[in-house]
Design a protein. Structure first.
Length: 498
């Protein structure tokens, strides 16, 4: 009997990755991504960012073709398909399901004034109570820009979609979306448990512009005859899961329950925690969406904190501060030679923006406490990593005040989580244990597809084979030193914010 596989796509703005996961072992059997160099983003004006939706489809087909050819996998060997995708994008299609314009993607900021005006005019309290966020720069605000600036095009729109919805449509010929997806676009009313009528009316959007809603885990569509001919997949193969990249990353790390945290620390950093009751931050310093296992009868919210100055700060320190030619591993050793707290040196790490965590105030990156007699490169290297960790903990305190009991952080052993100093500082400052895993978004999407198709009965079975690489516990003996350093950092941040 041939091996049976689950297929996961991860549709990013830089590439589309495809992975095959062996149903029986849960191991990744093959993976590929296209393009091999970063996909282009069109920026016609400052602050704009667009991509051709059909380029995602092309990259998905190329990735799939490579893993099928290299591993002699046939279409009938693939039992279900899952999709992870870049969040907050806007795809507009006509009645023939053709894109009317390039997609406005997550990092495009043209919708900001439309979101801000809605927040003020609808009422901040009403927005937060029902949407759990300000309308901000999410999909609804991007659509408001299209309606205002491109009215003739807007009138031709049959349905709007998120990037993952578009790939699912190309596979199946069917247009639908999920509650989780609608919530990330700020279309979902968590109080009324329906599409937010008041927001639709405020912007003047037609009700029928929203696609049909399907559960996150279910047979959402099946591979059409045309898509089967294009891809080599078997006609009728179920598309049975989709989610935005951050909820999907949490799923990939087996984060489903209240109090569990998924974290990444690449170029930017993300802390994504699950909340078991409807709540929001009154200052809108974090984003809150429906998690992958949210239903109308089960409250599971994903609270998202984004820190822009994470790996990008560490890379800047390596280029400009650390000894020339040093590796990241050697840089971590250099930082570890300095005591906890960096002898009073503190780095505020927001040189690439602070997102919402500082209430949209821009404080930049700054270094405080330099002593010309003893401050060295090693002090700066350590203080930078501590500053990144402390910014994570600062955001996690907001989550705790929302009712989240944070005891465990799940992360992939990659990027800054490769640093023992970073891991130890985060565990000991937050008081949470850190579990490190070997996985990625496309593998998570594949396992999500197995759940949605009923191949796995639940997430416990789907992730039973998830490989745990290491557990990092708080260092009780030195925790006071970490907490004192964090308290000093917060005082410095307070003065910087003003």
């Amino acid at each position: 009997m041939s091996r049976q596989y689950l297929l996961g796509f991860d549709v990013g703005s830089s590439s589309v990755k495809a992975s095959l996961v062996d149903v029986e072992t849960g191991a990744c059997a093959a993976a590929a991504f296209f393009p091999e160099h970063e996909a282009p983003i069109k920026a016609v004006k400052a602050g704009w960012a667009e991509q051709d939706p059909d380029s995602w489809w092309l990259y998905a087909k190329q990735s799939l073709a490579k893993i099928m050819a290299d591993n002699a996998v046939k279409g009938e060997d693939i039992k279900a398909i899952g999709i992870s995708y870049q969040m907050h994008g806007l795809v507009c299609v006509d009645k023939e399901c053709r894109p009317l314009r390039d997609a406005i993607i997550w990092c495009d900021s043209r919708g900001v004034p439309y979101g801000e005006n809605a927040f003020e005019n609808i009422g901040k309290e009403l927005c937060l109570e029902h949407l759990l966020n300000s309308p901000g720069n999410f999909t609804a605000a991007k659509l408001a820009w299209v309606k205002d600036k491109e009215p003739q095009l807007y009138e031709q729109i049959y349905k709007i979609m998120l990037p993952g919805d578009y790939i699912a449509m190309k596979l199946s010929g069917e247009i639908n979306t999920t509650i989780s997806g609608l919530s990330e676009g700020i279309f979902w009313d968590f109080k009324q448990k329906q599409v937010a009528d008041f927001l639709m009316k405020y912007y003047g959007f037609r009700e029928d512009i929203i696609a049909d809603i399907v559960p996150t885990f279910c047979v959402q569509g099946q591979v059409s005859k045309g898509a089967a001919e294009e891809t080599g997949l078997k006609e009728g193969t179920p598309i049975s899961y989709r989610a935005g990249d951050q909820p999907n990353n949490a799923l990939s790390l087996n984060v489903f329950n209240p109090g569990e945290i998924a974290s990444t620390a690449g170029t930017s950093g993300v802390v994504y925690g699950v909340l078991g009751e409807v709540n929001y931050d009154k200052k809108s310093r974090v984003n809150t969406f429906a998690h992958v296992n949210y239903t109308e009868n089960l409250t599971r919210l994903g609270v998202l904190l984004c820190i822009n100055g994470t790996g990008i700060l560490n890379a800047w320190v390596r280029r400009n501060v650390a000894p020339e030619g040093i590796s990241y591993s050697e840089m971590n050793d250099l930082a570890a030679s300095i005591a906890i707290g960096s002898e009073g040196l503190r780095v505020i790490p927001f040189g690439n923006g602070a997102e919402r965590v500082l209430e949209n105030r821009e404080v930049g990156c700054s270094i405080h406490g330099i002593n010309f007699n003893n401050t060295t490169r090693a002090h700066i290297v350590r203080a930078a990593q501590e500053g990144i960790v402390f910014s994570f903990c600062y955001g996690m305190e907001i989550m705790q005040r929302m009712g989240m009991d944070i005891r465990k952080i799940h992360a992939g052993k990659a990027n800054m989580f490769l640093s023992k100093l970073f891991r130890d500082t985060l565990a000991s400052t937050s008081g949470a244990s850190i579990e490190l895993y070997e996985t990625d978004g496309s593998q998570g999407a594949a396992k999500g597809a197995g759940m949605g198709a009923g191949i796995y009965k639940d997430h416990d079975e789907a992730f039973a084979t998830l490989k745990k690489l290491e557990v990092v516990e708080p260092d009780c003996a030195r925790q006071r030193a970490y907490l004192n350093a964090y308290a000093e950092w917060k005082e410095t941040l307070k003065k910087s914010v003003g």
